[in-house]
Design a protein. Sequence first.
Length: 415
Amino acid sequence: MMPRPEINGERLLARLDLFAAVGATPGGGVNRQALTVGDREARSLLTRLAKARGFSVFQDDAANLFIRMEGRDGSLPPLLIGSHLDSQPSGGRFDGALGTLTAFEVLESLADAAFEPDRPVEVVAWTNEEGCRFAPGCMGSRAFVEGKVPAEWEGLRATDDGSRFNDDRLATIEALAPEIGHRRLGFPVAAYLELHIEQGPSLESAEIPVGIVTGVQGTRWLEVLFEGQTAHAGTTALQFRRDPLKALTRGLAALYETVMPEKDDARFTVGRIAVTPGSVNAIPATASCTIDLRHPDTFVLDQLEEDIRTQLAGAAETESVSFFIRKTVDMAPVTFSEDVVAALQAAARTAGFKTRSMISGAFHDALFLAGHAPSAMIFVPCRDGLSHNEAEYVKPEDSVAGARMFLASVLELLS
Ligand code: GLV
Ligand code: MN
Ligand code: MN
Ligand code: MN
């Protein structure tokens, strides 16, 4: 009789350490932003590990990376499992990497047990989930689902070094092309499953090891620009000033009070702010910021967006400056497949895990895959719910428990 596939916890933990060294930051986190040298190094490390195990490796035109274990019938659409390897500029070592390496550990544990699935199983590492270096986020999974890399992304400039998206995409693909195969975007998928850290405190505080994610809240990103007139800081009296920063701070101060009240599900974040010309003794010519707005309900998102536009326009009028606002991302909330969620619940019963059903506050590639194949996610607890921070931490036993749950779920979905 074949041995039952088992997670090798030590191997998984060693892999997490290995990848945490790629793009490591002095504060104990990683900076492996999408399509940078660090991201390429992580892709090439995963490729080496996969090839050493005899798996075939492919990439598509969005630089998504696939590792394939054959099934009895290779013509069936694969079960796809994975996450991402890119990070925030001062990111943690688990966001994305835990899901990708857990999926790879599951593939290895199936291979260790000489388990032959009926259909192929593929691990995926999606390109640019984070969206901080090139917006929008989840570029790889979007392009996959749309079956093409949208032309409007080609000229996008990176927020760090100004390089072009298309140049970085092609350089990333070319770096691995001699070693791995090519895959077309959007091939049929039987189901998609992703494990991720919760990035919030609820599992940890309730001491529940596994979250079964039934959906993802909606996200909108807005770019805001106020334009006034730069002038001398010492000589320009109040009535002659058209100060865009004053409009921006006035508008934001109002929004901080109204958009995200204490007892509501809305999330409002200004993560990037800039003024030009940026001189100590000149009134700014422009003041700009980004807004990240989230809520589980599209109707509420519409209302909040309207409110943001109205309040910022009002602040511009008060300060006699021009106002421009542009929506760069609109990710509608999504509900995951009832069938996959039921399979996860069955797997948790078999494997003996206490679970909680939850909606994800963060967006994930599964949000886009849900439009292509039945999908769902598993969350594991992280310390203090902290993420997008170098101090992000998952207890080793929680990583291993998550991987056991993930393996049980994969076996359930394959049965
Ligand atoms: C990306 O990781 C996000 O949810 O903001
Ligand atoms: Mn992530
Ligand atoms: Mn993230
Ligand atoms: Mn995310």
